[in-house]
Design a protein around this ligand. Sequence first.
Ligand code: NAD
Length: 274
Amino acid sequence: MDTTIFTGFELAARIKQGVKARVAALGRRPRCTLLLDGSNAGAAAYAQRLVASADDVGIEMVPAEYAANAEAVRTQLQAEGDAMMALYPIPSFIGRDEVARLIGPERDVDGLHPLNAGGVLLGERNARPPATARACVLILEELLGSLKGREIAVVGASAVVGRPLALMLLDREATVTVCHAATADLASHTREAEVVISATGVAGLIRAGHITEGSILLDVGIVRTEKGLVGDVDLESVSGRASLVTHVPDGVGPVTTACLLENIVSAAEARAIS
Ligand code: NAD
């Protein structure tokens, strides 16, 4: 069997077209502050890509270094604007929960504020989900159409990817199995699925023995190694057995960025009507 390598550029371009039109209708540039630790190479590179992508669709993304102490970061997190993002790694002196609370539900575009996470849990129509989870759903709908009745294994259960993704797939009437680091026999679950979405950050975790012939693999993981960026899927091992694997980092990545831009314009629109 030939294994297709999926890149997300075309789907991302379509989503970005929609964002651009919404920015034009808004009549002003949405503004998002992007706090980051610029000494972290991964965060700095990601921020640079975000600034450029945002600019493409008319969104102003303003990067700023985290301040040196908790009080100053608290002030930064409450700055004016449509949206606020706190990139990982966040400073050790402030907790992730506090960051989400200070940003508040209106300016949260990562779907990490409890109100936004709750909106996803309840399947609210206007919920603002984490961008990566939404990207995975959109990619699957692009590939398969309706997800109703599909057997899907999600590997990884973090608040930012696995959990919201599982809920969003449930909402679309898929049958979802969620696996994590304490799952005793991962392969016994993933082998039963026609789609495996892996978001663990464990390089090469998913191998031929984990999947059924013809399955679709969405590889969310991004791991920096000496050989460059790799994902959760061992590409060499699954080649010829999977029908499709998403490219790392150009599969889920570009679609995630486009979905993040959607969340930013949603935040600006909500502000305009409040
Ligand atoms: P995390 O560390 O918060 O969560 C990892 C999850 O994987 C946990 O639920 C853990 O139980 C599970 N896990 C760990 N080892 C496992 C194993 N051996 N078997 C099964 N499950 C295991 O990580 P995260 O923030 O969710 O990110 C996961 C990966 O996705 C990272 O590589 C990250 O860089 C990447 N990521 C990519 C995008 C994108 O747009 N492509 C976006 C966000 C995160």
